[in-house]
Ligand binder design. Structure first.
Ligand code: XMP
Length: 527
């Protein structure tokens, strides 16, 4: 953090509110990071923040175990902004009062401005904001003025311009608060006088310098999967240390059509990176023979990956560093960082490395403070093709968890061919939507789409003959974060074309079904 001259500390009081705020600040090109909500004022002062934002959170300020803010945080002389729970914390820490309201306020609310406000400056007198609260500030602390209200919430915003403390009951970080970003700009650029200098070019320069300083003339190895994160790390580390980087691409045979070729094309030919392509297809086929349990498949694929990787790594001389595509949500969710706000431990992260006996590399994790969309932006800025950078999520165990039951090379070939049809048709569908709406992620854009091969056959007829063939299920979902998803309401003609192409082009398939379950209760993947 010390390497950032401007740094906005988001004190995180839980439930992912903090992450969204940090992302919004970064969208305005100012560096921001989450810190635990219960950090002491002294510890926070050592980080030398240019501004402090207190996030929302699920607790009630008066609950016994409610996370508290060290009141001295508000006296550091650094401008403070608080949202929702943060707004209530400011009120109660500085001598105001917070109480329960008769009715909670959830969703859009009509906000009315009152008097002069630096935070709300330039936004309309009446506007829609996003509310989600039961408690409310009843009395503002001495020196504060109320700057906005809603029919239900008397203190929807307050500020003490003299002390540079501003807060809102609503959530400006949520898109439904129409002028939320404007308010954040007022705070960052008007009140704090920061500059929007955190651009992709400046980030690349800084990361390249850091990697060079750390690596010196030593060698670096990286496990390239063809996914976004490892590809961006490869491009970044290669920019920094050139041929001192070797990428090892373990081809487990469960990738989608065209992916190994793309890795070869981009890294070996376009970037000219030393690349070891390990053909482990046969090894994995033997490893998975007879295995039907989904978790066992995952476990075998995961542990074999590192075995293959380290066998290759040990063939290279003098490698001291291992570069990894760990990203910020992995760090936050792994619980590696103490989060006062318990910013959720939803997924155990996929990046723990089982080093073999006696083997140790220093880690380089240049993306460990970047959100996914920033990683993509960085990839584009580094010259990676959009098809690689904007590819849809793809699980590490690959097609193996889209084949129900035993995985065999024949089933993999069949699924790969069917999947390619689904991808071609839905890539084209998304492209048409984009041309109509001008938005890459409009409401009906398919977010993830693929084919699944269930462990069953059914009767059909082709020409004069009865067939007993395989069934392919098409899964296509709309989602923004994979936590929840809905099945995509595709036009019938699109589903129809996918179906006729699959049965026409993929030998052995005589039936196509479309999965119409949302998540929850189903998951996106079938295993
Ligand atoms: P589910 O099936 O749980 O998937 O709704 C949510 C998202 O996570 C992806 N996924 C995985 N990604 N390793 C990964 O790297 C895995 O084992 C894995 N399983 C699911 C899935 O594709 C979806 O985007």
């Amino acid at each position: 953090m010390s390497s950032h001259s401007q740094f906005v500390a988001v004190l995180d009081f839980g439930a992912q509110y903090g992450q969204l705020i940090a992302r919004r600040v970064r969208e305005l090109r100012v560096y921001s990071e989450l810190v635990p909500g219960d950090i002491s004022a002294n510890e926070l002062a050592e980080l030398r923040p240019s501004a402090i934002i207190l996030s929302g959170g699920p607790a009630s300020v008066y609950a016994e175990d409610a996370p508290k803010v060290d009141p001295d945080v508000l006296g550091l002389g650094v401008p403070v902004l608080g949202f929702c729970y943060g707004h209530q914390l400011i009120a109660s820490a500085l001598g105001g009062t917070v109480g329960h309201t008769e009715v909670g306020e959830y969703g859009p609310a009509e906000l009315e401005r009152m008097g002069h406000s630096r935070l709300l400056h330039g936004t309309p007198g009446e506007q829609t904001v996003w509310m989600s609260h039961r408690d409310a500030v009843q009395q503002v602390p001495d020196g504060f003025v109320v700057t906005a209200q809603t029919p239900i919430c008397a203190v929807a915003a307050m500020e003490c311009d003299e002390r540079r403390i501003y807060s809102t009951q609503f959530h400006p970080e949520v898109r439904h608060s129409r002028y939320g970003m404007h308010m954040l700009e007022n705070f960052l650029f008007g009140v704090c006088r920061l500059e929007p200098t955190w651009t992709m070019d400046s980030i690349i320069d800084q990361k390249v310098a850091e990697i060079r300083a750390k690596v010196g003339d030593k060698k670096v190895i990286l496990a390239l999967s063809g996914g976004v994160d490892s590809s961006v790390v490869a491009a970044l580390v290669h920019r920094a240390v050139g041929d001192q980087l070797t990428c090892v691409f373990v081809n487990h045979g469960m990738l989608r059509a065209g992916e190994p070729e793309m890795v070869e094309e981009v890294f070996r030919r376009q970037f000219n990176v030393p690349l070891v392509h390990v053909h482990a297809e046969g090894r994995y086929a033997r490893l998975l023979a007879g295995v039907t349990d989904p978790e066992e498949k995952r476990r075998r694929i995961g542990s074999e990956f590192w075995k293959v990787f380290f066998e290759e790594a040990q063939k290279l001389d003098g490698v001291e560093f291992l570069a990894q595509g760990t990203i910020y949500p992995d760090v936050i969710e792994s619980g590696a960082r103490k989060t006062g706000g318990k910013a959720s431990t939803i997924k155990s992260h996929h990046n723990l490395i089982p080093f073999p006996e006696g083997v140790r590399f220093d880690l380089i994790e240049p993306l460990d403070h970047f959100f996914k969309d920033e990683v993509r932006e960085l990839g584009v800025a580094l010259g990676l093709p959009e098809a690689m950078v904007y590819r849809q999520p793809f699980p590490g165990p690959g097609l193996a968890i889209r084949i129900i039951g035993e995985v065999t090379p024949q089933k993999l070939d069949l699924l790969r061919a069917a999947d390619q049809v689904v991808r071609e048709e839905l890539d084209a569908y998304n492209e048409r939507l984009f041309r109509q709406t001008g938005e890459r992620n409009s409401e009906h854009t398919c977010w993830q789409y693929f084919a699944v091969l269930p462990d069953m056959r059914s009767v059909g007829v082709m020409g004069d003959e009865r067939t007993y063939g395989r069934c392919v299920v098409v899964r296509a979902v709309e989602s923004s974060d994979a936590m929840t998803a809905d099945w995509a309401k595709l036009p019938y003609e699109v589903i129809g074309r996918i179906s006729s192409r699959i049965v026409g082009e993929v030998p052995g398939v005589n039936r196509v079904a479309y999965d119409v379950t949302p998540k929850p209760p189903a998951t996106i993947e079938w295993e």
